[in-house]
Design a protein around this ligand. Structure first.
Ligand SMILES: NC(=O)c1ccc[n+]([C@@H]2O[C@H](COP(=O)([O-])OP(=O)(O)OC[C@H]3O[C@@H](n4cnc5c(N)ncnc54)[C@H](OP(=O)(O)O)[C@@H]3O)[C@@H](O)[C@H]2O)c1
Length: 244
């Protein structure tokens, strides 16, 4: 049976992703903090294994025990929306996790490549294309970089994939999925995927439901053609907006 490791599995998007991956035939290894396991966000399932661990303190060797079993690793980690979560440590939660997972995967002897799917944000640009956000967006983003550590964390995380892992890594292929303004919906709806933002991320953000993000991430895990289309890129995802 195919296996997927999910980081941030206790989060709003991570929980949905776990469910969808199981529905699509994966056994899911969900790495979660003790405090989150106690909150019991998961229904028991034969194809769900909860791994109680702190991503910031787990060793690369320990992490490798899990990444070696998996053909897909998904990361939905993000800073909790609280004063401490946004401004307090760990300031490099996501970037350090991405590096640690990558180092763990690199220890694998097998020649098969692991898919690494990162939940990122439309606030990060993709200089590979290149993208030139509107001036107003660039100005606000440069201010947010000073006051909003999670933005810099997300930028560092995807920069590591772009520049250090790159496009020709022998063991890792990656996609960084960039949602716009996240909302909650109960069902998957029509959504559109673009290589770059088609809206001003600050002044005209689109809506992206978490369940659509999870659906796209799980489709990347199972759909070979979709993976080939987006690997090494940073697709933007928006809910389809009804015509007015
Ligand atoms: N808000 C937006 O509009 C928006 C838009 C685009 C992209 N994003 C990005 O998408 C991410 C995921 O969104 P979401 O709403 O699904 O996030 P969420 O519900 O806040 O989930 C965050 C996950 O990260 C984990 N986490 C937080 N701090 C941690 C720490 N110090 N150590 C280990 N794990 C930690 C949480 O674990 P616990 O349950 O243990 O706390 C949880 O599993 C965001 O954080 C952001 O980077 C957000």
């Amino acid at each position: 049976m195919k296996k997927a490791l999910v980081l941030g599995a206790s989060g709003a998007t991570g929980q949905i992703l776990v469910t969808l991956l199981i529905q699509k035939g994966f056994k899911v290894l969900a790495l979660v903090r003790k405090t989150s396991i106690e909150k019991a966000p998961f229904a028991a399932h034969d194809n769900l294994e909860l791994i109680e661990a702190e991503i910031s303190t787990i060793s690369i060797d320990s992490l490798a025990q899990y990444t070696h079993q998996c053909e897909v690793v998904c990361c939905c980690l993000g800073h909790n929306i609280s004063f401490r979560g946004i401004l307090g440590p760990p300031w490099r939660l996501v970037a350090d996790a991405v590096q640690k997972v990558s180092r763990a995967i690199e220890q694998k002897d097998a020649h098969s490549k692991t898919k690494f799917i990162l939940m990122n944000t439309s606030g990060c640009t993709n200089p590979d294309i290149p993208e030139t956000p509107p001036l107003s967006q660039r100005l606000i983003t440069s201010i947010l970089r000073v006051f909003l550590p999670p933005l810099v964390d997300n930028e560092k995380a995807v920069e590591f994939l772009r520049l250090t892992i790159g496009q020709k890594h022998e063991k890792i292929e990656w996609v960084a999925v960039r949602p716009d303004d996240l909302i909650n919906e109960t069902h998957v709806s029509d959504y559109e995927i673009h290589a770059s933002p088609i809206r001003n991320v600050i002044f005209d953000a689109g809506k992206t439901s978490r369940i659509n993000v999870a659906d796209f991430m799980s489709e990347l895990a199972v759909n070979h053609d979709l993976w080939q289309q987006w690997k090494g890129q940073m697709p933007i995802i928006y809910n389809n907006q009804p015509e007015v």
